[in-house]
Design a protein around this ligand. Structure first.
Ligand SMILES: [Zn+2]
Length: 264
């Protein structure tokens, strides 16, 4: 009887140890991580062809933003679905073989949820968020579900080689404006020191609730919404081994080009 008890106790102890170790391992594995493919400066320099497919990107995150090869439109990832917003204003679900030259994704788990009930223009929204987020030297994924007005989104049409630098293409971008629309704002706030890799400050993409409108946000007003925030202290950066990336001049400061391209 005593032996039986001690065997059970040993099993229980083993189970507790395995569970504790397993849980610890799981926690370490799931620390919020921003997976980045390529660099902002490479895109600004005209490296518009990447090797990374949506299928692979899907394994790295379910929420984020980016673009597509040949700079064809804007990529928007929400709840594990990758959307493709084009210059003609259309939005489709991206195919698994579509490729990206620049992407930022994370497995989104909010560590905070906030409510915003008073109308805020984009700059006011960003200022309010700055006050809420705190530490300026971490990355943050921000998801806002709500009602919006005067949403202006842009997308650029597919480019042909030889590719021009992005700043020269801004004049050709298509802008679509929606007076009132419900939807999701997908945001990334990046620290100042990450310039070159990401847009310092906020980078927003929008997707309407009916999943038929969206793109890179130039302007909007948030009427009211729920704001989910995830702070991120881990970065996983993959650099393309492509010719385009190798040749992209990433030796100079492209802050002015970034401002021009981001519409800031
Ligand atoms: Zn964008």
């Amino acid at each position: 009887m005593k032996k039986l008890f001690s065997q059970s106790a040993a099993r229980l102890l083993l189970a507790v140890l395995v569970f504790s170790f397993g849980a610890g391992y799981a926690v370490a594995q799931s620390a919020p991580t921003l997976s980045v493919y390529s660099t902002l400066d490479a895109l600004l320099a005209g490296a518009y062809d990447g090797e990374l497919t949506m299928q692979t990107l899907h394994t790295r995150g379910d929420f984020g933003l980016g673009t597509f090869n040949r700079l064809e439109g804007e990529m928007i990832a929400v709840d594990g679905v990758f959307y493709h917003a084009r210059a003609d204003g259309s939005v489709t679900v991206a195919g698994p073989e579509e490729r990206t030259p620049l992407a930022y994704v994370t497995r989104f788990h909010a560590d905070r949820t906030l409510r915003q009930e008073s109308p805020l223009k984009l700059v006011e929204l960003e200022k309010w968020l700055d006050g809420q987020l705190g530490n300026p030297n971490l990355f943050y994924a921000v998801r806002i579900e709500g009602a919006f007005s005067e949403v202006s989104v842009r997308a650029i049409a597919a480019q042909n080689k030889p590719y021009k630098p992005l700043a020269e293409l801004v004049a050709t971008q298509s802008v679509h404006t929606y007076p009132t629309v419900r939807g999701t704002l997908i945001g990334l706030r990046s620290p100042a020191f990450s310039k070159g890799i990401s847009v310092p400050g906020y980078h927003w993409h929008f997707l309407s609730a009916n999943r038929q409108q969206g793109g890179h946000v130039l302007a909007l007003t948030l009427a009211a919404g729920s704001v989910q925030v995830e702070s991120i202290a881990k970065l996983d950066l993959e650099l393309p081994r492509s010719e385009g990336f190798a040749r992209a001049d990433q030796s100079r400061d492209r802050s002015q080009e970034t401002k021009l391209v981001e519409g800031k």
